[in-house]
Structures are given as structure tokens and as C-alpha cells.
Write a protein that binds this ligand. Sequence first.
Ligand SMILES: C[S@@+](CC[C@H](N)C(=O)[O-])C[C@H]1O[C@@H](n2cnc3c(N)ncnc32)[C@H](O)[C@@H]1O
Length: 208
Amino acid sequence: MNSDQWDARYRDARTASGDSLWVAEAPLRFQQVLADVPPGSALDLATGDGRTALWLAGVGWDTTAVDFSGEALVTARTRAAERGANVHWIQGDVTDWEPGRTFDLVTIGYLHLPREAMAAVLKRAAGWLADGGRLLVLGHDVRNVDVGAPGPRDPGVLYTPEILREAVGEVLVILECETVERDGSADAEVPDAPAHVALDTLLHAQKD
Ligand SMILES: C[S@@+](CC[C@H](N)C(=O)[O-])C[C@H]1O[C@@H](n2cnc3c(N)ncnc32)[C@H](O)[C@@H]1O
């Protein structure tokens, strides 16, 4: 989907419910993996309405967040103002945006692009890590389709551990790369999702 289509989705969600497409809480996996990591500088790519960026800022990360949907960022800024959170919001296309600096952490949650474009984004994100910096990626696993949980259905944009590992395995140390279960009743992506178990792919990698 292009930025106009994403804009329409975020705008429609705001009109319909006064809120957003996604739940307000950051993915539980991100919270668990980062629980013992001391905060530094963070970049949340394809931040949407900023649920991960807002959580990161709330636990002490100096956070920058990028999305190409201006409408998503309207919701993100509103949420930040409500919470008194300080996030540097940037409207940009992750396939060509350049930060011009490094970060201690780059997070990517549920960004699903065609395989080559996704691999290119992952490689670029790996290149923006400071020494010791971490890349955390979470998205729908291709096997999610088989379990019937919500999410994209096109296998060409879905993750497998092999795809994520191959994209960054030569430049980063892989700490974790696997298919993980997500309990949709405690850790849904969309509000009011029916109870379900979803399958995500998690990548946690570090620059030496
Ligand atoms: C499924 S949402 C996930 C949002 C957020 N990461 C989360 O976990 O709630 C995917 C997001 O990716 C953004 N996106 C898709 N392609 C993009 C691109 N090329 N550049 C920047 N953002 C993009 C969309 O605007 C949308 O907000």
C-alpha cells in the first residue's frame, strides 16, 4: 500500500472510533526483549501511530520515529501530547529516508513490504546501528496464514526467520531469530481482535 492508502486507513479509523488502527500498547515481545537493556537512542521505523515509539520514550529512550503516513503521525503526535511524551516524529519513506546518524536501537514492527524492498530496509537499518546497537524486528510470520490469525495474507510480504536472518546475518550477530507465538487476547495488534493465537517472526540482532 502507498502512503495515500495508509493515510486513508488512519483517517477512517480516527473518524470511525476517534482512535487508531492499532492497539495503544507496544508489542509485548519488544517490551520483554528490552526489559534489561539500558536506554540510549532509538529509532522506530514505520512507527504508525507510534505505539512502540511512545513506549520507548516512556522508559527512557531518546526516540526518533518515522512513517510515511502523515495521518498516522497526527494520531501519534496527539497521543504523545496526551502522555507528555517526547518523540522526534519524522514523515519519511523508509525505503529512501536517511537518518544521517547512528542509533543504539532500531525497532521495526509489522512493516510488510515486498521481499526485496524489505531486505533492503533491513540492511539499511543495520547500517544505522552504533557499535553494540540492536536491531529488533517483529512481524507476521508466513505461517500466520495457516493459523487464520489477523494480518496480511500475501506470502510475498510475510516473514520467515530465514528471510530476516539472510538480510542481516552477514553484518550483525543474530541473538534470536525465530517464529514465536503471540497470544492475541493479551497482545493483539488491532483493537477488539477476537481471541486468537498468532505467529510472528522475531529478529533480535546486534552490531559487534
Ligand atoms: C501495520 S502498520 C505497523 C505500525 C507500527 N509499527 C505498529 O506496530 O503499530 C505498518 C506501517 O508501516 C507504514 N509504512 C508502510 N510502508 C512504509 C514506507 N515505505 N515508509 C514508511 N512507512 C511505511 C504504514 O504507514 C503503517 O503505519
